[in-house]
Design a protein around this ligand. Structure first.
Ligand code: BG6
Length: 255
């Protein structure tokens, strides 16, 4: 029965890889919407995969969120890199500290033996404040490093769930709904065709930077994220996806 279940997940992964055009897909057991331990499995698998692709000299950008936090938490201590930097993909100060990209970057760097760089910039700022911060030496020193990332590790959120979590205004929520936002990743909201429905004015990695990144790793599970994963896969290049059975089974029904 164990072997059959593993074979089932292998088939699911292969189907998803073709369907989403993601070369590498890994599916862990369970549904993180139903069982809390599944997120740790997601994190563990994604962390193990990350270890296989990291190279000396890499700049690894990480987003915040509970899933990428689970990756950092479950990462096996290796401390073998001499020249590895872990950076937050965006400022992202605003969420619970544990789930902020800065915190995750520092945990991950500690485990891998690299260094981390912080970017303390609030997630929600007025456009004027963002423009002003962009001229600030603190930001000007850090932003080019983030935008030169060679590896990106990110979570994918359901658009509406993320909008509520970020406590957007009723107006913004209505706008997202009207634009048909389905997915959210590093501050961008995407509709089901992968078109940008809305982008937060924040400081950090931009969608256009993804093109220069060697490896884009997405970690997202739970059946409630199936539509979001499908939308994100259309929006930008994802090289590897670590997901769970809950999301995978729902995803194969979408087409
Ligand atoms: C955010 C990331 O912090 O976490 C997003 O910037 C992602 O890319 C979100 O959509 C996912 O959060 P979680 O908690 O569902 O892993």
């Amino acid at each position: 029965a164990v072997a059959a279940a593993a074979a089932g997940r292998f088939d699911l992964a292969r189907t998803l890889s073709q369907m989403l055009h993601i070369p590498k897909v890994l599916v862990v057991e369970g549904d993180s919407d139903e069982e809390p331990w599944v997120i740790d499995q997601l994190g563990l698998q994604a962390g193990q995969y990350l270890q296989t692709i990291l190279r000396e000299g890499d700049i690894v950008a990480v987003t915040g969120g509970t899933t990428v936090a689970a990756l950092a938490r479950n990462m096996v201590v290796r401390q073998s890199y001499r020249n590895l930097q872990v950076v937050p993909a965006r400022g992202g100060v605003g969420e619970t500290v544990e789930y902020q990209a800065n915190t995750i970057a520092s945990t991950l760097a500690e485990k891998l033996g690299g260094t981390s760089m912080m970017l303390h910039v609030p997630d929600r700022l007025s456009p004027g404040a963002v423009d002003q911060l962009l001229t600030d030496p603190y930001v000007q020193e850090r932003l080019p490093i983030i935008r030169a990332s060679t590896v990106v590790v990110h979570g994918i959120g359901d658009a509406m769930a993320m909008a509520r979590r970020r406590q957007v205004s009723a107006e913004e929520l209505a706008h997202l709904q009207a634009r048909g936002a389905k997915a959210e990743a590093f501050g961008y909201y995407f509709d089901q065709d992968g078109e940008v429905a809305y982008s937060m004015k924040t400081i950090g990695l931009r969608l256009s930077d993804i093109r220069h990144v060697r490896e884009v790793l997405a970690v997202a599970g739970g059946k409630r994220k199936a539509n979001a994963i499908a939308a994100a896969a259309k929006a930008y290049r994802i090289d590897a996806l670590v997901t769970d059975e809950g999301a995978a089974k729902r995803l194969v029904q979408i087409d």
